[in-house]
Design a protein around this ligand. Structure first.
Ligand code: PLP
Length: 455
């Protein structure tokens, strides 16, 4: 048998030429998104003031399985893709497990995460439409950084509303964005009506992704020639992120490797959705079976403790509503260090798959996540992002189960990014000052009691 190399690299010509839209193979499609004003399914016309035209088509398309990747995007992808699929030999050895562990590493670009895969697509379509610029929110800063890079590449203006806690904790992220030409505002801010309202209701709040989204949407619709772009949650983002899964599948197929378990961290669901899409497609078509595990922080447990219901995607209730696992759009997660996972809801695609029992979910506590991150960094070399480390935690836990049962399962997980801008969090962990905040049932009940009533 051929020895599996440490890194399975694809050639440029093996990169996908089309994205895969998993909705096409879903029997139960995600529920339609609703207009916040009328509570009726949105039309293309409703979305036009907010989103780019081509991206609206992708958002509403739940039947076309493959969508061409435009040449300009494919060319940009070549700057940092294909990304390697790494066999974690050192981790396996450290755990003394019979399991075979692989990770798909998406941190090998300046933004440090998978988010560039969708940023470049969204910036491209905005440019094609002749727009001046785009607005967005960013949590930990990875999305804002990715979008700044994409916008500077295409010569678009980029306005970023950055969740205040991250703006303060991560000044270096902010400066990377400004280096790429973006205009960065801490959110909530007094530069938008919705920001002013949120500040009145929650004085001193350190913000949330939901608030920042509301501000960015307002900035898009009130500035001529601007549209809003979002780095996760939306179905179009999962579509763009399918490059992760498609490359992973090509690399595994090359060596005849069939995974048993595929694991990813889940904030809004884009990297996990992208990683599992082609494999989920096989499962949906009845060709093969896999276990899929979404890993979320115990401090913001939308799948494991939320409710499957229609909810607003943002705190200010200006975005369309979608049916998803949610903790309520007013849920203010504690200042967890995995900023990219502090979102109250979940992709409507992943929510439907989870509701149908096609995917599992677990929640993990912050200190256990950093223990896994430290172990991984020490043996595999890469310093992982706190978000990615949620997937590492779950992969290690599954590998340790294999050690008990003696099963040599094949585990693939998504290593979404690097953690160089998260050293404040690592410092807390190294100084033994990290805590695990888990919301009480009462906290969650209170937030869920404010869900919109929709039949
Ligand atoms: C944003 C981010 C995530 C979470 O976002 P998803 O949309 O759920 O993928 C995970 N890891 C990293 C490094 C991120 O930047």
């Amino acid at each position: 048998m051929t020895k599996i190399p440490y890194k399975i690299y694809l050639e440029e010509k093996e990169m996908p030429k089309q994205w895969y839209n998993v909705r096409a193979d879903m029997k139960n499609k995600p529920a339609p998104i609703l207009n916040p004003a009328t509570l009726k399914p949105v039309t293309k016309e409703d979305l036009k003031p907010v989103f780019c035209d081509e991206l609206i088509d992708q958002e509403l398309d739940d039947t076309t399985p493959y969508i061409d990747i435009p040449e300009e995007i494919h060319t940009f992808y070549k700057m940092y893709r294909p990304s390697p699929l790494v066999r974690a030999y050192f981790l396996e050895k450290a755990l003394d497990t019979p399991a075979k562990i692989y990770y798909k590493f998406e941190g090998n670009n300046t933004s440090g995460s998978h988010k560039l895969n969708s940023a470049i697509a969204q910036a491209y379509y905005a440019k094609q439409q002749g727009l001046k610029g785009v607005t967005t929110e960013t949590g930990a800063g990875q999305w804002g950084t990715a979008l700044s890079m994409a916008c500077s590449f295409f010569g678009l203006d980029c306005k970023v509303y950055m969740v205040k806690v991250s703006y303060e904790q991560k000044p270096f992220r902010r400066e990377v964005m400004r280096t790429y030409g973006a205009d960065v505002t801490p959110s909530p801010s007094d530069t938008t009506q919705v920001g002013i309202k949120i500040l009145e209701e929650f004085p001193g709040t350190t913000g949330s992704l939901g608030c920042a989204i509301s501000e960015a949407v307002e900035a898009a619709v009130t500035n001529e020639g601007y549209r809003y772009v979002l780095g996760s949650v939306l179905s179009q983002v999962l579509l763009h992120q399918s490059v992760i899964g498609l490359e992973t599948k090509t690399a595994l197929d090359k060596y005849g490797i069939v995974p048993d378990i595929i694991i990813g961290c889940a904030g809004g669901g884009s990297n996990l959705g992208g990683l599992i899409s082609p494999f989920m497609g096989e499962k949906l078509r009845g060709e093969r079976d896999y276990r899929f595990i979404a890993v979320e922080p115990a401090s913001c447990p939308s799948l494991t403790r939320g409710k499957y219901a229609y909810d607003y995607c943002d705190t200010g209730k200006v975005c369309p509503l979608q049916k998803m696992y949610t903790l309520g759009s007013g849920f203010m997660p504690s200042a967890n260090h995995a900023g990219g996972l502090r979102y109250h809801g979940m992709s409507s695609i992943l929510s439907q798959l989870y509701a149908d029992g096609l995917m599992e979910a677990v929640s993990v506590e912050q200190t256990a996540v950093f223990e896994a991150a430290q172990k991984f960094a020490r043996v595999e070399g890469i310093l992982p992002a706190p978000e990615s480390s949620h997937a590492i935690r779950a992969a290690i836990d599954e590998a340790l189960k294999c050690k008990e049962t003696g099963e040599a399962k094949t585990i693939v997980f998504g290593l979404t990014g690097t953690g160089y801008f998260d050293m404040t969090a690592y410092q807390k962990f190294n100084d033994h000052e990290m805590t695990d905040y888990i919301p009480s049932d009462a906290d969650i009940e209170k937030s869920l009691s404010k869900l919109p009533k929709i039949d």
